[in-house]
Design a protein around this ligand. Structure first.
Ligand code: A3P
Ligand code: MG
Ligand code: MG
Ligand code: MG
Length: 337
């Protein structure tokens, strides 16, 4: 029997994401104020973001040394005397997730292996070491997200969600699950505590009146007043489930909700490929369709951002057309473009 496509990449991605998730879990209880930096775009970054990127990049380099990486973070804030305190903390934390320890020098080099510009050709990994840093800081949802993109198509996606209940119906039960997908091979969930994988699929609702939708917690990341109008027009009566990170893609993939709306707040913001690569493949493999607000597929071949897309609409395949119709009506009413 021939091995399944991308079996090696899948296995390495799982190991890398689990190791990085462990690093994030260990640091959370110890985070203090000084360990958060505010980036130029006003978004926060913590020692856990840098450490998780160092850990995943190390695993990738060991197994696939020739593969470029499009990672969210870079080492700028860790360099020189100004970055010394943070650098030492990141080094210590990253090494808790690695068999052979990095040095200060190899740490910087390892993090900066994530600076690839992306593009349409060849293999590349897209890494968000912590997606939902704001959720992480609040003790809520976040995810370590890793995807392999080949010639602009996402082929493998693995997401680690340390704070996500393994069963949405039991919010106080076990937490920590991994979502795994390879194009053409389906979508799977396993718990951090076990290597048994279970196939997952989107819920097959008959009527939108029974549906629920999810969106970002952050009103600065997704237009929540427009989504409320869309939900109303669709006949959705349940309140939105607000959740940080690509845990939203994971949640709809296993049937916790039916629709994920991410409506642009500003025309100039370009979504980042690491915020959507793994999650969008998971949804597609679970029976859904992911597009932008115009119904256009997400295009991962344009560099580090989804430069030709605007927002995200992810739903079960059967209702996607209807949802896009209403999204268009609300976002672009006659006379307004
Ligand atoms: N104006 C904006 N519009 C949409 N997304 C934004 C944004 N500003 C930041 N983001 C992205 O939103 C991500 C979090 O998604 P969500 O809002 O669904 O939790 C952030 O990822 P990081 O937390 O990895 O930086 C960041 O990349
Ligand atoms: Mg960020
Ligand atoms: Mg992100
Ligand atoms: Mg991030």
């Amino acid at each position: 029997m021939s091995a399944l496509a991308y079996a090696a990449e899948r296995a390495v991605a799982i190991r890398a994401v689990l190791a990085a998730s462990g690093v994030c879990q260990r640091v959370f209880t110890k985070l203090v104020n000084g360990e958060t930096i505010t980036k130029k775009d006003k978004s926060p970054v913590t020692i856990a973001d840098f450490s998780a990127q160092a850990v995943v990049n190390t695993f990738l380099h060991q197994s696939f040394p020739a593969d470029p990486i499009v990672g969210e973070e870079d080492s700028k804030d860790l360099r020189g005397e100004e970055g010394r305190v943070m650098r030492e903390k990141v080094l210590e934390l990253a090494n808790t997730g690695l068999d052979s320890p990095l040095t200060e020098e190899t740490l910087i080099e390892t993090i900066d292996r994530g600076t690839f510009a992306g593009g349409p050709n060849g293999r590349m990994w897209a890494l968000d070491p912590i997606d939902g840093t704001k959720g992480f800081l609040r003790g809520e949802q976040f995810a370590v997200c890793l995807a392999l993109i080949v010639d602009g198509q996402v082929q493998v996606g693995v997401m680690g969600c340390p704070n996500l209940p393994v069963d949405a119906k039991n919010q106080n039960g076990e937490k920590g699950c991994l979502f795994i997908t390879v194009k053409g091979q389906g979508a799977f969930q396993r718990n951090f505590s076990s290597s048994t994988e279970t196939p997952i699929s989107m819920s097959d609702i008959q009527s939108l009146a029974d549906a629920s939708f999810c969106e970002s917690v952050e009103s600065g990341h997704s237009n929540q007043s427009e989504s409320a109008k869309i939900a109303q027009l669709l006949g959705i009566t349940k309140a939105p489930v607000r959740m940080d990170s690509q845990c939203k893609y994971c949640s709809i993939s296993r049937g916790d909700a039916e629709v994920y709306l991410r409506l642009p707040v500003s025309a100039s913001y370009e979504e980042k490929i690491w915020d959507h690569a793994s999650g969008s493949l998971l949804v597609a493999e679970a029976g859904g369709i992911v597009s932008d607000v115009h119904g256009k597929p997400l295009d991962f071949s344009k560099g580090r951002t989804l430069a030709t897309n605007s927002g995200v609409v992810a739903t079960h395949a059967e209702i996607h057309g209807k949802v896009i119709e209403v999204v268009q009506k609300v976002l672009f009413p006659e006379g307004k473009l």
